[in-house]
Design a protein around this ligand. Structure first.
Ligand code: PXL
Length: 268
């Protein structure tokens, strides 16, 4: 039977991120995706002009209809949300629409480059921590890991012991496999650190200077899709890191990476 996943993400009409990245990538890995949209944006927030429409009320109706349809999902992947209220709805989806042994990946989209996103407040942080406590895998960047831990973000000059202590602290929040993305100890390499069964591992690829936009969603989507396909955590992370680097080599625009080029590579 084909596996089904629910994806909780915004729809940014222009600028590749969130749903417009997660749906094609997870679908390409053979997983049927259902979208619970958190917001409709004319363009993602990295663009100089955008409008954002909050879809909290619509999310409630979608979830209510899904319950009436008796839907049941094998996986759950959440990303960009606007509020604690939306995270609460996502928690409700987890408890009522996702199978008990379903795979849960929470990308705690809270900030970047040392700064929290504008919508972050105490209620949102608390609900995000609750979601994290129920996750199999969490994929914060360095800023988000610090925000989850109530610490000041450290973006450079850290060492392995700092990353490893952060991973163990994230594990204490209740998630089974904490990860930190965008980890870099040397100029030429960047990748993911993760903690599984008490062991810390790293997975790196070549670092391309100046590229950050859009990589996080590509990475998390690939990790989720590969795990849904039954890959082990180290295999899923390796595939995701390699695919993301491939997408960067295919092309980088001001606001996104060419994941479509990487998806279609080798086709005539
Ligand atoms: O990739 C994270 C993300 C998701 N959704 C929207 C964003 C961003 C990052 O800036 O603007 C709308």
């Amino acid at each position: 039977m084909q596996k089904k996943a629910v994806i909780v993400q915004d729809v940014s009409c222009f600028g590749k991120c969130s749903a417009t990245v997660a749906l094609p990538l997870v679908s390409a890995l053979g997983i049927e995706c259902a979208l619970l949209p958190t917001a409709l944006l004319s363009a993602h927030t990295g663009l100089p002009v955008y409008n954002c429409f909050d879809l909290t009320a619509e999310m409630k109706t979608v979830v209510s209809d899904w319950k009436k349809l008796s839907l049941s999902f094998d996986g759950f992947y959440s990303g960009y949300m606007l509020s604690g209220g939306q995270a609460e709805i996502a928690l409700g989806v987890l408890s009522s629409l996702v199978k008990k042994d379903g795979l849960v990946l929470v990308d705690p989209v809270l900030g970047d480059n040392g700064k929290p996103y504008a919508m972050l407040n105490t209620a949102f942080s608390e609900k995000m921590l609750e979601l994290v406590s129920k996750a199999d895998v969490v994929t914060p960047n360095l800023t988000e890991a610090a925000l989850l831990l109530g610490r000041e973000p450290v973006l450079c000059g850290y060492d392995e012991s700092f990353i490893e202590e952060s991973l163990f602290a994230l594990g204490k929040l209740g998630c089974r496999v904490p990860m930190i993305t965008g980890v870099s100890f040397e100029n030429e390499k960047i990748g993911v650190a993760f903690l599984e069964n008490g062991k810390v591992s790293y997975c790196f690829s070549k670092k391309h200077e100046g590229v950050t936009s859009g990589t996080g969603d590509v990475l998390s989507s690939c990790i989720f899709g590969a795990l849904m396909r039954g890959k082990s955590v180290p295999e899923a992370v390796r595939e995701a890191v390699d695919f993301t680097e491939h997408a960067i080599r295919c092309g980088v625009s001001k606001y996104a990476i060419d994941f479509e080029g990487a998806l279609s590579a080798g086709r005539g």
